[in-house]
Design a protein around this ligand. Structure first.
Ligand SMILES: *Cc1c(COP(=O)(O)O)cnc(C)c1O
Length: 487
């Protein structure tokens, strides 16, 4: 597809301004000369060309609105339009971030209500809504743990992370200055208790447990693990980004979890992807409450207000209150389900189990027999003998109109395909997805060359992904067409 600059024709216009009705003034008199540009190099196209260009661009998007996005660990579910509409009411979007809290008390009350609901769903003593994303929630969680140990004057430089944890866990721990030690998983994909015992010394600050872990397997030993940690003076962090598998049926706080982040943009249906705003509220057990960020959203004498006076607080985490409209969508989502919110996790798990069943025999299932939660991990290593890799399967899926699953993650599974259908897909869609994969496996066996070249239906087929990540070319530069050659 051509860039809009490449469609430009000198002098073509998409608009006509009304005649000037004020005296014309030379530009030099209005602006200092150094700010005047000789040539602006804006694309010159007609209105129709502009409309077509952007409409066609938008149709190149893969999105939940157009197709199933089975990206494991991302919970790419459908976000009800009603919640978008509610969050965009002018009363919310026109509130200035600097408005004094007394003037926007009803907004604070909504935030308080969400906080209370998350407390209830997680079984926590308190929740902080501030973090802007899951990873920032992890950062906060570890800052709280650090503050807790510091107050006790304990030197605990190590954070334990299972090999089935999400990549952000070890990243966050080392960002906070901790030394990361990996705990192995056992044959059933759960944390290996013996290995944990070996590594759990008095130097350990916390264990960061993703649950369900990145294999989509529920860590049944949470309570026991929490007890083991607490006996050694360490704390238990739970990565709750996969809460879509648990919401309404499992309260981590009641199982000894000291701190957990929620991903509102996964479990509680705010749209995400492409770097849009999310929110990663953090729930804590009693012992971590004093360190929570300020301002706290509290109820005093029946009135919701912001409280700043907390001497042990780790401080403020984010500008202003946090991502308020994301909170609103999450609140609307919770209230829509009400007491039936457990249906979300029940159907998320049912869909994953059904799809795993439909795919039986197509790929290797490294944890066959172990029930999965909201997602599961298969291995495309059975196709290696045809020269086909997980990457090729993922690319070919695009030609079938589906977004690809997460690939090559978790690292513990060779040629991993990590599939999360979410509860919002119908059985018919899951069946169509399984059929597409069955057809791709047939292709892998009969004409593997085809898969090595796929996709055929996208503007670019195979890009250097590392390069695209590290040095993305996001700007058109006049006369810089060489820059695009390598794509
Ligand atoms: C998505 C995810 C995260 C990180 O959340 P962000 O909001 O993307 O920062 C952490 N852990 C797990 C298990 C996740 O799936």
């Amino acid at each position: 597809m051509k860039l809009i600059f490449e469609k430009s024709v000198k002098g073509r216009r998409a608009y006509r301004l009304p005649p000037l009705d004020v005296p014309e003034q030379p530009l030099e008199e209005l602006l200092p000369e150094e700010y005047l540009r000789e040539e602006l190099n804006l694309p010159e196209v007609s209105q129709l060309e502009a409309v077509r260009h952007y409409t066609n661009l938008s149709r190149l998007n893969y999105a939940v609105d157009t197709t199933m996005v089975p990206l494991g660990s991302c919970s790419m579910k459908y976000n009800p339009r009603l919640h978008e509409e509610l969050a965009s009411l002018p009363a919310f979007t026109s509130a200035h971030p600097l408005t004094p809290p007394e003037a926007v008390r009803p907004l604070l009350e909504l935030a308080y209500e969400l906080k209370e609901l998350l407390k209830e769903l997680g079984g926590f003593a308190e929740v902080c809504l501030q973090p802007a994303a899951g990873a920032q929630g992890e950062l906060l969680g570890l800052l709280l743990i650090k503050a807790y140990h510091e107050e006790r004057k304990e030197d605990r430089p190590v954070v334990l992370v299972p090999d089935t944890a999400h990549g952000t866990n070890p990243a966050t721990a080392s960002m906070c200055g901790y030394e990361v030690k990996v705990v192995k998983s056992d044959a059933k994909g759960e944390l290996d208790e013996e290995d944990l015992k070996k590594k759990l010394t008095g130097k350990v600050a916390a264990l960061m447990l993703t649950n369900p872990n990145t294999l989509g397997i529920f860590e049944r030993k949470v309570k026991k693990v929490a007890r083991m940690l607490h006996e050694k003076g360490a704390l238990l962090y739970m990565d709750g980004a996969n809460f879509n598998a648990l919401v309404g049926r499992f309260k981590p706080g009641e199982w000894g979890v000291d701190v957990m982040h929620f991903n509102l943009h996964k479990t509680f249906s705010a749209p995400h992807g492409g770097g849009g705003p999310g929110a990663g509220p953090v729930g804590v057990s009693k012992r971590l409450v004093p360190y929570l960020p300020v301002p706290r959203i509290v109820k005093e004498n029946g009135e919701v207000t912001l409280k700043w006076d907390e001497p042990k607080s780790v401080g403020k985490l984010l500008a202003f209150w946090g991502h308020f409209t994301v909170w609103l969508k999450a609140l609307a989502y919770c209230l829509t389900y009400g007491k039936e919110i457990e249906r979300v996790s029940r159907f998320a798990v049912l869909n994953a189990r059904y799809l795993r069943r439909l795919l039986k025999g197509l790929f290797k299932d490294p944890y066959e027999g172990v029930p999965c939660m909201h997602e599961f991990v298969l291995s495309a290593s059975n196709l290696l003998k045809y020269g086909v890799r997980a990457y090729d399967v993922a690319k070919r899926l695009l030609d079938y109109g589906f977004y690809a699953p997460t690939v090559y993650f978790p690292l513990t599974v060779k040629e991993a395909l990590m599939i999360e259908p979410t509860e919002t897909e119908s059985p018919q869609t899951l069946e169509a997805f399984a059929k597409a994969l069955a057809s791709i496996v047939r292709e892998a066996k009969s004409k593997p060359e085809l898969l090595k070249e796929a996709p055929f239906t996208t503007p670019v087929a195979r890009i250097n992904e590392a390069e695209a990540n590290r040095r993305p070319v996001l700007r058109w530069e006049h006369g810089g067409s060489e820059a695009r050659e390598g794509e």
